[in-house]
Design a protein around this ligand. Structure first.
Ligand code: NAP
Length: 459
């Protein structure tokens, strides 16, 4: 195998190829200076020499320098060139780097591949990094050859079709969390709304009404009342699009009608929304554990003790409060445990080891149970506060009552969908039945010949 270039990528590639049993010849403009950087098993020579000795050549050179290789056009004729290059911006050039390389060397066969693998992954071996190598070319034979090399190196080749797919492959390493943008904005939006609401209730209200300075609550207490609200609402938003999709299917009586784009997008982002819900719930758990460590908390405890001593009270134990707290903490821990399970099973390596039924049991059934338990956690936390008029700061209801809206709607809808008349209809629709669909039938006539007609499947 030939490698043109002696940079980071070329070096890692040469090491990996040598380790995988290939004979490697590196082509450099300055072989003497670069030879020491490569394993002794790899031959480092001039570019033309390396090209002459090999049939498959990895071009580990930046696109800007492709034209400097034009002197090698004659020796490169008939060889397979593997374009591993990346750009610095999405759709940076009109044509992909691989197509540009192919236009410079029309007598060569160009294969795009390995650009999604970093030099680090190449060095550390396929086990530690991304395993997929996306490959495309207009020549099937060349594509197969490169795929075999990738496989021998421990990677999983993925055929992406013709060289026109190179642009798409080159954009992959440049995308920044494409599937996470909408869920992250959603989480940030919810966080901002709930944070402002809690700030008004917990800090601004006492400041305006009682001239009490409670701004110290902002970094921990206000954040800690905001995080569970975001986690809980986000969890319900994982299940809401499924409910809307079912409503649409029931309304139109078919599963073949396309959902609106926004619903489609929402359905596709459920995993990320769920993971962000878990992230917020985990942060909430950590913040809650830190609550008693704060100095403000210690001062409040001492103040309560002093007040009690002055008033000569022997105990401040409130049985109902004790039970409420015991229950909501216990239920909260269970909810967090279930959310962790959902998060773990959504990781590709774990999800791939589950069959469809196991995956849907965890994500659908256990996920819904997590939503139910989170609702129980919220209700026991709120207890009777919704009925206490002192809790309505600036006429604003306690935050937990607001968070209950979407999850309770989802739970109610789920319960309605389990009613046999609705469940059966939904099941039939999902198996392909359609409302008002006409089906062809064929009947033998009295003469023994067959006549055809149409009837509604409803009939
Ligand atoms: P690099 O360290 O800068 O190496 C580039 C090499 O190109 C140089 O060492 C040089 O080797 C050779 N070269 C040939 N003609 C040249 C010229 N006219 N001017 C300058 N250099 C010339 O870059 P790299 O990180 O190895 O990346 C090489 C290619 O791999 C790029 O297309 C990059 O997009 C792609 N890639 C890199 C990574 C990565 O993790 N680094 C990952 C995926 C893809 P000689 O001096 O020996 O000729």
């Amino acid at each position: 195998i030939g490698v043109l270039g002696s940079g980071d990528f070329a070096r890692s590639l040469a090491i990996r190829l040598v380790c995988s049993g290939f004979k490697v010849v590196v082509g450099s403009r300055n072989p003497k200076r670069k030879a020491g950087l490569f394993p002794s098993a790899a031959e480092v020579t001039f570019q033309a020499e390396a090209v002459k000795k090999t049939d498959v050549i990895f071009v580990a050179v930046f696109r800007e320098h492709y034209s400097t290789l034009c002197d090698l056009a004659d020796v490169l004729a008939g060889k397979i060139l593997v374009d591993v290059s990346n750009n610095t911006e999405i759709n940076h050039h009109k044509e992909s780097n691989a197509e540009y390389l192919a236009s410079l060397f029309p007598s060569c066969t160009v294969v795009k591949g390995f650009n999604v693998i970093s030099a680090w992954t190449l060095q550390s071996g396929a086990r530690d990094g991304n395993k997929q190598v996306l490959i495309c070319s207009n020549n099937q034979e060349a594509k197969r050859t490169v795929a075999e090399i990738a496989q021998a190196m421990g990677f999983t080749p993925v055929d992406m079709g013709c060289l026109s797919s190179a642009c798409e492959i080159e954009n992959i390493p440049l995308r920044l969390l494409p599937a996470w943008k909408i869920p992250i904005f959603l989480a940030l939006g919810l966080f901002l709304c709930f944070f402002t609401y809690n700030l008004v209730r917990q800090v601004i209200h006492p400041y305006i009404r009682e001239q009490k300075n409670k701004f110290y609550k902002i970094p921990i207490e206000v954040v800690n009342t905001t995080l569970p609200c975001v986690a809980y609402v986000m969890l319900s938003l994982v299940y809401l699009p499924g409910i809307l999709a079912a409503c649409s299917q029931l309304y139109y009586g078919t599963k073949y009608r396309r959902f609106p784009d926004w619903l489609d997008q929402w359905l596709q982002h459920r995993k990320q929304i769920g993971l962000l819900s878990f992230f917020c719930a985990a942060l909430h758990a950590v913040y809650s554990l830190c609550l008693p460590m704060r100095r403000s908390h210690r001062y409040q405890l001492i103040e309560t003790a002093i007040k009690q001593a002055v008033e000569k009270k022997m105990t401040i134990w409130v049985e109902e409060e004790v039970w409420r707290m015991e229950i909501y903490i216990s239920v909260g821990i269970i909810a967090l445990g279930l959310l962790s399970l959902l998060a773990i099973t959504s990781l590709p390596s774990i999800a791939n080891s589950l069959n469809w039924r196991e995956f849907s049991f965890v994500q659908s059934t256990l996920g819904f149970i997590a939503l139910l338990i989170s609702t129980l956690h919220t209700l026991t936390y709120g207890w009777s506060r919704a009925f206490d008029e002192n809790q309505y700061k600036f006429y604003l209801p306690p935050t937990y009552t607001l968070t209950l809206l979407v999850p309770c709607t989802v739970i109610l809808a789920k319960v309605i969908f389990t009613l046999p008349c609705i469940h059966q209809r939904l099941l039939r629709i999902r198996r392909g039945w359609e409302k008002g669909r006409y089906v062809k039938f064929v009947l033998p006539s009295a003469t023994g010949e067959y006549s055809s007609g149409e009837t509604s499947s409803n009939v």
